[in-house]
Design a protein around this ligand. Sequence first.
Ligand code: C5P
Length: 414
Amino acid sequence: MSTATSLPVARRILLGVTGGIAAYKSADLVRRLRERGAEVQVVMTDGATKFVTPLTFQALSGRPVRTDLWDDAAEAAMGHIELARWAELVLVAPASADFLARLAGGHADDLLSTACLATAAPVWVAPAMNREMWADASTQANVRTLAARGVRVLGPTEGSQACGETGPGRMLEPEALCAALFAAEDAGPLAGLNVVISAGPTREPLDPVRFISNRSSGKMGFAVAAAARDAGARVTLVSGPVSLATPAGLVRVDVETAAQMYAAVHGVIGTADIYIGAAAVADYTPVCCAEYKIKKTADCLELSLHKAPDILASVAALERRPYTVGFAAETNDVEKHALAKLVRKRLDLIAANEVGTDRAFDREDNALLLLWPGGRRELALQSKSALAREFVAVVAERFHAARQPAAAPVPVAG
Ligand code: C5P
């Protein structure tokens, strides 16, 4: 179990449900978590199944519910250690007095307690029980033990209880649990903003089996999309053909050609606050695509190409344009060429990088030079995901600065 308690926002949540009347509230919690783009794997204890059926959680989570450490079929699909590794966060809600005691004691006699021991992810618990049980010295000692080990304890809150008593012991409402889980995102610098990101290469067909493309892997654009999501944005990712998994919690639109990417971007740009063109879009596309496979008959084959639509420039030219960010992949005179592109395409910000053999394309790391009218910042060589987080932080900072009304001119006395 890790002791980290928040950032980045977890997208794969193992939700443990233990025996208590508050288990019915966890059904609503699953719904809310999924609405926020999380994948939820529910693990129920025996006691929990007495209150709510696994079928309810299965329908809401879209995944078979796990209940048994000794279920051969379920273990074959995803073993308990794999399950513990899959989770980016384990949330036990409701956490009964008995479960807290077993967690504090390091028990591993059922699936949920085993997963809690085996995971490297943070473990959060939302206790729910009768007020006397909560106040009992043994429960309080267990909670202190868990908190000291880095388990985050959410609640309980006060109020009327199922037993007819009133006092502390009620599980936090699903809305409050969700707010705690997504606090980092809701307070992020892009909270509530719509961000459209294009990523990956495009493919321009020559005939039914051949195309012109480039070496872009899409890794940088996908990392930027995940970083923008973690900064609180609603992200639409328009992607060329790549072999990357979609980061959870964002909308992905797949395209092949520059013309399709143009149409997809313009289809969603109307509500965008920020557009980040991180795709390696073809500059030229074949004038026509042969209906049949081109035969190897001529000694010399000439291809006729015309300019592909410049998506970035077209977005920047919109009357109601989003804050527009481009990338410049250059092999030489990086700053000079990037600055010229910033001005020519009327961009708000450009991220330049040197490309060529062993640089940027299809690699795990990268460095960027960011330029905007009147400013520049260098981001050092690092993993693309770390770099993407720094890049998004600067984009957010410049976006908010650009939104500030210009300072009023100082009145001249006289
Ligand atoms: O002009 P150049 O291709 O170097 O500009 C790179 C930037 O322009 C990138 O942000 C890329 O996504 C964008 N671009 C585009 N449409 C094109 C070519 C490039 O949006 N046809």
